[in-house]
Design a protein around this ligand. Structure first.
Ligand SMILES: C[S@@+](CC[C@H](N)C(=O)[O-])C[C@H]1O[C@@H](n2cnc3c(N)ncnc32)[C@H](O)[C@@H]1O
Length: 329
């Protein structure tokens, strides 16, 4: 396999030279630097050990180990674990490298935090990841069409909820993923509370704080509900203020996109209800869209990282509609 060297944050990484790997080849996606950057801030802020069960080239694991966190990096791919070892040596960091099937490994180990980052759906591994993770679980999904309602039958089969595609679909997809993990956790009498989440193109990721006990599981379950005939999905706040502040306080080197997303999230975390899509609202109201700046000013709203055409407000939807209509008349 031909390799090239790239830089991510403070780490040097050897990754496959080809952009699109063949089936079964090791995978490195530069676009996912955003997700790795944010995860580094998250795990550093929590000071936890991390089990990266699908580590591929070790891009996340090696960077985390570079900051002194205890990390186990696993991948079932032989090429993958070789590359993780090379990348660890290249950066002079220590981490444990394992080549094992994710389900087997998760059944045999505990970790402060488990990071689950598969191709496609994480659904097959969520149950065993919940048994392995002591305090935190991060779950990523790239089967966004199933989560955001493009294929309602797949949503029902894979994630157990009724779906349809809504204008604010990226957030609804993230909430559907959160709802699924919360229900899986409840079966094990674990309360899995979302404390950070983000979406970018075809990539959704939610971080959970885990607390054991039937009562805790019940209390998170109470935050599931329906939203415009989509559900059950998680309807509580996607962000915990202390967690976001803890991430903002980290000094790790991250890219501009991660900085931008984190700043937007810091602004939107105080508005728990799903974002409004300005153009979709205006289409329904049959009016032209007023400038976003005016909408934000009049609704006390803020922008959202989920969409450049979206905004969050704590006002009820009817009031938001009335304000937008008044801006145009
Ligand atoms: C999307 S990539 C992970 C990307 C990586 N986390 C990163 O940020 O660069 C998914 C990885 O999961 C691995 N994988 C898929 N199924 C697996 C399984 N059952 N057990 C262990 N690893 C698996 C693949 O070999 C691949 O390297």
């Amino acid at each position: 396999m031909e390799l090239k060297e790239v830089r991510e944050g403070e780490s040097r990484l050897l990754v496959p030279a080809v952009q699109v790997p063949e089936e079964g080849e090791v995978f490195y996606n530069p676009a996912q630097r955003l997700s790795r950057d944010l995860s580094i801030l998250f795990y550093l802020s929590k000071g936890t050990d991390v089990l990266d069960v699908m580590a591929a080239t070790g891009a996340r694991a090696v960077r985390l180990a570079g900051y002194g966190l205890k990390v186990v990096a696993n991948d079932r791919s032989v090429e993958g674990v070789r590359l993780i070892g090379k990348n660890a040596r290249l950066n002079g960091v220590e981490l444990e490298v394992v080549q094992e099937d994710a389900s087997r490994l998760l059944h045999s180990r505990f970790a402060g935090a488990v990071d689950l980052d598969p191709f496609g759906s994480p659904a097959p591994w969520v149950h065993c990841a919940l048994s392995s993770a002591r305090k935190y679980l991060a779950v990523a999904a790239t089967d966004t069409a199933a989560l955001c309602g493009t294929y309602p039958r797949v949503s029902r089969r894979r994630y157990g909820f009724s779906a349809r595609k809504l204008p604010n679909y990226p957030e609804i997809g993230v909430r559907a993923l959160a709802g699924f993990v919360i229900r899986e956790a409840a079966k094990l009498e674990i309360g899995a509370r979302p404390i950070f989440a983000h979406a970018y193109r075809h990539y959704y990721r939610v971080y959970f704080e885990l607390k054991r006990g039937a009562g805790r599981a019940d209390s998170v379950l109470k935050e599931l509900g329906d939203y415009r005939d989509v559900g059950p999905i998680y309807m509580g706040n996607l962000w915990d203020e202390q967690t976001v502040k803890g991430m903002l306080a980290q000094r790790a080197e991250i890219g501009e996109l991660a900085k931008k997303h984190l700043a937007l999230i810091a602004g939107e975390m105080h508005h728990p209800q799903p974002f409004f899509h300005l153009h979709a609202l205006c289409r329904e109201l049959k009016i032209p869209a007023p400038p976003m700046s005016r909408v934000l000013e009049k609704t006390g709203g803020v922008r959202t990282h989920f969409s450049p055409l979206g905004f969050r407000s704590s006002l009820p939807e009817e009031e938001v509609r009335g304000i937008i209509a008044s801006l145009v008349s």
